[in-house]
Write a protein that binds this ligand. Structure first.
Ligand code: M6R
Length: 579
């Protein structure tokens, strides 16, 4: 969703902002813009891809702000793109979030003679500042903030000044503190090229940055904020010779899996409250919810602790048992549905945890305990290595709580993940790529893996795909089966195998072609499958995790065959910051 960047220092701000916006592209956007001070305010706005307009930007100045917009109020257009200026064109603003009371503010401003050009909520902000600005930008911004209802991260610049004033409430904002230069951004990625020293602004913070330094205020009072170090490396956000970020990120999974296991092991002491819980509720969305469902299966079967997964957007409709442990799971730590669910859980008195990949993200400020996955930056909209990292975190949590019951499975995954990545999915791609509907099935742990496989396929190839518990097909979805409806099944030796084989036969009897991910040497599964993808002989728990990597590869190669925009699929955003 929207992303913001600001620069003040000795470089050309427009160039830094454009580079920064490219780093934020992964969040999803439809238009973008930048403004610089030199000493007048100059603005450039465009729709479409940033890379296509890069050479058209000729703004001068060493102080500037930029924005990628994901339309909420008003269609994607140059007019609705940020930055917005006031009536005089002397104040420019970029904004992430939603100003809920903008309609009333706009009516009042219009009555007082202000002219608006866009349909956005954001445009009220520069006009409100205009009314209060008499030469001190910080003071003017601080006076209008109490008028804004909703969520915001804003950056403001004004003609003839060399400063950026920033404010945050509910939307993320990071300040990079370099050597004689400062970079604001929605997350750490645009900052990495300049410095690794960052301050995660808190809700209610107002920051003033000038060539002389930065000051952060809460109300009128200056406050100290901890300077943290970004753990990620600038090289992590480059494609490094891969055709797509998604492919690069998939190949990082063996390392990510081990890094995350270590991260949880180092935090073992924090797990006692989960171990002592009467029940656990996990809240998450999308891929994170699928990883959480793997956790629920493991917690129930290995630790005997009742664990349920509630989609974060539905959590408010579920009462939380008293003293329950609630774990919010989110790669970005900025997903609005998940943040809101965790806040509700906290209000209801739950013990709160979060599992996230982003240091200093919003969830980490709400949860009492944070467990970090160590996946590194994930740029592709389709989550791959962050899923594997979440599964690693969950496996290690269960392993620690159960006194080592998953040790063997963890070791098998570490050993065989590279082999799974090298699997041959070409024949499977041929079988599925022209279908209009695909069904993914599995039982037990393979069920959430099937849901994740289907999610990956639909989001990047645009083929309709649904994941089902294999036993559910006969309760309705069987009606869809025909030779035009391929079924992708995870069928591994172990507790689910015999009945899974029966399900495969039932599916075959209804003419649906089958792609089966099974265990090497399984002649029965190979015989029934139209395409058989063998995995190394490992335990069932390890096998399903290896299968998830094969399903990622199947989705990736199908999307490539169909020519879709793999890293930035249509209509989607990496970081979903609206409910
Ligand atoms: O950042 P989060 O893990 O909270 O994101 C939740 C979902 O939006 C996300 O997992 C989404 O489903 C994936 N990008 C799909 O690949």
């Amino acid at each position: 969703m929207c992303g913001i960047v600001g620069y003040l220092g000795y470089r050309q701000a427009a160039e830094v902002c454009m580079e920064g916006l490219l780093r934020l592209e992964y969040r999803g956007y439809d238009s973008f813009g930048i403004a610089t001070v030199s000493p007048e305010i100059a603005v450039f706005k465009e729709t479409g891809k940033i890379s296509a307009a890069k050479d058209a930007v000729h703004l001068k100045g060493t102080c500037g702000i930029g924005h990628t917009r994901w339309a909420t109020h008003g269609v994607p257009s140059r007019t609705n793109a940020h930055p917005f200026t006031d009536c005089t064109g002397k104040i420019a603003v970029v904004h992430n979030g939603i100003i809920e009371n903008y309609a009333a503010l706009k009516r009042d401003l219009e009555k007082r003679g202000h002219t608006f050009v866009s349909e956005t909520d954001t445009e009220v902000i520069p006009h409100l500042i205009e009314e209060k600005y008499t030469g001190n930008l910080r003071e003017a911004v601080s006076k209008i903030l109490p008028l804004l209802e909703g969520a915001y991260a804003i950056l403001v610049i004004a003609e003839g000044t060399e400063e950026i004033v920033a404010a945050r409430k509910g939307s993320p904002l990071v300040l990079g503190v370099g050597d004689r230069e400062y970079v604001f951004a929605s997350d750490g990625l645009p900052i990495l090229d300049y410095t690794r020293k960052v301050i995660y602004l808190e809700d209610g913070d107002l920051a003033e940055v000038t060539p002389a330094g930065y000051t952060i205020y809460q109300g009128k009072k200056p406050v100290e904020r901890k300077v943290a170090t970004l753990e990620w490396d600038a090289a992590d956000v480059r494609k490094g010779g891969f055709a797509h970020y998604m492919l690069k990120e998939m190949y990082e999974q063996p390392e990510v899996f081990s890094n995350t296991i270590n991260s949880i092991t180092e935090n073992a002491a924090a797990l006692c409250r989960i171990r002592e819980a009467r029940s656990v509720t996990v809240v998450a969305c999308g891929t994170s919810a699928n990883a959480s469902t793997v956790f629920a299966y493991l917690m129930e079967s290995v630790c005997g602790i009742p664990t349920r997964v509630v989609l974060a957007s539905e959590f408010k409709y579920f009462p939380t048992p008293k003293n329950d442990v609630v774990i919010a799971v989110s790669q970005s730590g900025e997903t609005a549905d998940t943040i809101s669910a965790l806040k509700i859980a906290k209000e209801r008195g739950a013990k709160t945890f979060c599992v996230t990949n982003v240091l200093g993200s919003s969830l980490t400020r709400i949860a009492e305990t944070t467990l970090y996955t160590r996946a590194g930056p994930e740029v592709s909209v389709a989550a791959t290595k962050s899923f594997t990292a979440q599964v690693a975190a969950f496996m290690e949590i269960v392993n620690i709580i159960s006194g080592g019951m998953l040790k063997k499975a963890v070791a098998e995954i570490q050993r065989y993940l590279p082999e799974a990545l090298d699997c041959d999915v070409e024949s499977a791609v041929e079988l599925v790529k022209d279908a209009s509907t695909l069904l993914y099935v599995g039982r037990g742990l393979s069920y959430p893996i099937s849901m994740e496989g289907a999610l990956k396929m639909k989001e990047i190839s645009y083929i309709h795909a649904e994941g089902y518990a294999a036993g559910e097909l006969k309760h309705g979805p069987f009606a869809l089966l025909s030779k035009e409806t391929p079924v992708v099944a995870v069928c591994l030796p172990g507790s689910t195998y015999p009945v899974m084989m029966s399900n495969l036969k039932e599916i075959k009897a209804r003419s649906a072609p089958e792609v089966v991910i099974g265990c090497v040497g399984d002649i029965d599964a190979e015989e029934i499958a139209d395409v058989f993808i063998p995995l190394p002989k490992v335990s069932e728990t390890a096998g399903v995790i290896l299968a998830s990597v094969v399903l990622q590869m199947l989705a990736y190669k199908t999307a490539v065959a169909l020519g879709t925009d793999v890293d930035m699929p249509r209509n989607l955003a990496k970081s979903v910051t609206v409910e």
